[in-house]
Design a protein around this ligand. Sequence first.
Ligand SMILES: NC(=O)C1=CN([C@@H]2O[C@H](COP(=O)(O)OP(=O)(O)OC[C@H]3O[C@@H](n4cnc5c(N)ncnc54)[C@H](O)[C@@H]3O)[C@@H](O)[C@H]2O)C=CC1
Ligand SMILES: C[N+](C)(C)CC(=O)CC(=O)[O-]
Length: 516
Amino acid sequence: MTTPPPCSPSSLAPLSRVACIGGGVIGGGWIARFVLAGIDVKVFDPHPEAERIVAEVLANAERAYGLLTGAPLPPRGRLSFCATVAEAVAQAQWVQESVPERLDLKRRVLAQIDAAAPPEALIGSSTSGLKPSDLQEGLAHPERLFVAHPYNPVYLLPLVEIVGGTETAPGTIAQAKAVLEAIGMKGVVIAREIEAFVGDRLLEALWREALWLIKDDICDVETLDDVIRYSFGLRWAQMGLFQTYRIAGGEAGMRHFLAQFGPCLAWPWSKLTDVVDLDDALVEKIGAQSDAQADGLSIRELERIRDENLVGIVQALKASREGEGWGAGKLLADFERRLWSAAGDRRAPDAPDASAPLALVETRVSPAWIDYNGHMTEHRYLQVFGDTTDALLRRIGVDLAYVEAGHSYYTVETHLRHLDEAKLGETLRATCQILASDDKRLHLFHRLFAGPEGREIATAEHMLLHVDTQAGRATPAPAEVLARLAPLAEAHARLPAPPAAGRAVGQKRASLAATA
Ligand SMILES: NC(=O)C1=CN([C@@H]2O[C@H](COP(=O)(O)OP(=O)(O)OC[C@H]3O[C@@H](n4cnc5c(N)ncnc54)[C@H](O)[C@@H]3O)[C@@H](O)[C@H]2O)C=CC1
Ligand SMILES: C[N+](C)(C)CC(=O)CC(=O)[O-]
């Protein structure tokens, strides 16, 4: 994944300062979502270990993003912890409340937020089921409060139910939707407020029925979960209930489906109206079965397994319809296009520093990049070097719009040298020197440095050709691209040639010294 040049503007969204009040399961997920979108986040959570918990969620989120996307994310936003709600929200443009699900507590915390946040700041509540009108009571600025109900893990699942209360301004809802879209999420506006909105209405129905099935010894928790994950759970990631049932109606579609299965609704297929008594015995029964099912895996390990699975599912959906994408995969594809465009906009000044190769990429070794040897795995070196090439191309005007218009540079040859290891979390910095260029060819030499001491850990030499992507053949680059390239190439021609340039695989250092 490319980290953009250091001088880039930070955030993707039309905002750059967020406050998160509550940093537990959901608050932590929101924090990761915002920070990884380049937004500065201030947190208030009285939990003595809040910083550790948030750091662990953020590490898992970074790992997941490392697997999810190769698109250039903006530089991480700054994360800081505050001693009071007032301090956290004082400068915020969006405040996300994620405290425990109790009306009295939420009202108290929302009143504190409302009193200290700038009047124009948006306030979203993560509540799973409280009505926004009930949360608005007593606020001085209820018009900017709405429910923003996410799904766990917030940093991977894109949906947010946006629900307005009686006093929420329509502009608030529109603004919230736009912000969420800018950070890669899908805000759906729920037309009328109702307890538990839409998603949790459905989940509660399933959950209630599931609890009955366990209580009545129809199956254990593992069997129940297997029934979901080997059958309709697989279907639901790509089509919802109605589209799935439309297909299940055969060629006659939904009407036939309703005719066939409608009568079952009146049969004893559900006990939904009865609420199971979650007494100690049932809690212990479920707890014990759930412990056995986890088979010793910790919550963080389970989260990582879940995240890898979700990433795979979203990527499969991104590849659907011959790469156009479908559902959550299309949302990711669209978001990545915006990331590429935003990276193009972060193009650096035209006057290059002629005294050194260009410093184009700064990133960190993500957990997803570590292999069984405990260091950065080999293909990630190529990823960082590829990102460095992309950063150079954007500088000379070869950005997403340019590629979409039918031309690009393709890499036709690469020689990569691994000189040292890179460890988890180390900072990486990549530079680029243009060795030679003409109207079709671009000959580049990249160097990768790690850690604060700037150890050189790899070099890469690449030859690229300018191509007409429709015709699939090399073609001269247009004058405007060559004009941007020329001053860089001329400056770099005056730099000493890197000793390793032009090396062959297996060439000894001694012979290199002789030729240098
Ligand atoms: N866990 C889930 O699957 C989902 C939860 N939600 C909603 O998100 C909200 C938070 O739930 P979770 O994160 O699951 O709970 P949690 O228990 O994991 O986290 C709540 C956090 O709030 C903190 N907190 C308590 N009092 C506070 C105060 N006065 N000010 C600031 N922070 C305070 C706690 O220290 C804790 O870290 C709830 O409204 C819940 O319904 C929404 C979607 C899914
Ligand atoms: C159990 N829950 C009501 C907190 C679930 C949610 O609100 C959404 C989710 O992530 O399943």
